[in-house]
Design a protein around this ligand. Structure first.
Ligand code: DX5
Ligand code: ZN
Length: 214
């Protein structure tokens, strides 16, 4: 699987050191969790912080928008340096138009489903998005426990993607660590987001290689 480390639980007093630490682990992308305090009960950061991070790495920025009306800020996130822009199906955005807008800006489009959202909610967008994200925690906070019962959604998505002959990848986000990453792989996930685990472990290299399957 690919790995997309999330900086949500990093040391915000030294983002330069955080990016250097992550770069040394050779991840596939960096996951940036944007929260608006409305769609989820927490606030994180927005385009100015992403713009500040942009010169610090060449790794692709996988921007996860946990916000209402993500449609209103797509241009700002694209300009700030997002490579992939991920919106929630549960948000107030007109989903089809917003995904098209992301694509028109030359960025990859992605869609996320929350734990209580049925997997079929993502099906109408599978041919438009590069990635579908299955949340394995309620969005809003890092460091929560992995919801094992989300794995059938991953398998169902992979089946539907294969049935349609698409190359859309399936990502899992929330509570992924050395113990739960193999469970995601088993379910068919192509990519996992790893937040607090990457900063807490004594062996981040080992964790990355578990995810990569080496
Ligand atoms: C949750 C975020 C996740 C999360 C990952 O709302 O979307 O990206 O911070 O952190 P861990 O791996 O600690 O669950
Ligand atoms: Zn996330």
């Amino acid at each position: 699987m690919k790995i997309s480390p999330s900086i949500l639980n990093c040391d915000y007093t030294d983002l330069r050191a955080v990016m250097r630490f992550l770069e040394d682990l050779h991840p596939d992308m960096i996951h940036l969790d944007v929260m608006d305090g409305v769609f989820v009960p927490n606030l994180s950061f927005g385009p100015p912080v992403i713009e500040a991070l942009r010169p610090l790495t060449d790794l692709p920025f996988d921007v996860h928008l946990m916000m209402q009306h993500p449609d209103r800020l797509i241009d700002a996130f694209a300009k700030a340096g997002a490579d992939s822009i991920n919106i929630h199906v549960e948000s107030d955005a007109p989903i089809d138009e917003t995904l098209q807008h992301i694509l028109d800006l030359g960025k990859k489009a992605a869609i996320t489903i929350k734990p209580k959202t049925p997997v079929e909610a993502a099906f109408p967008y599978l041919d438009k998005v590069s990635m579908v994200l299955v949340m394995s925690v309620e969005p809003g906070f890092g460091g929560q426990s992995f919801m094992h019962d989300m794995m059938p959604k991953v398998t169902a998505l992979k089946e539907e993607i294969r049935r349609r002959g698409l190359s859309t990848i399936v990502q899992v986000d929330g509570g992924v660590d050395a113990a739960t990453a193999p469970i995601c792989a088993e379910a068919g996930a192509d990519c996992v987001v790893v937040g607090s685990a990457i900063f807490k472990t004594d062996d981040p290299v080992g964790l990355v290689s578990i995810v990569h399957g080496n």
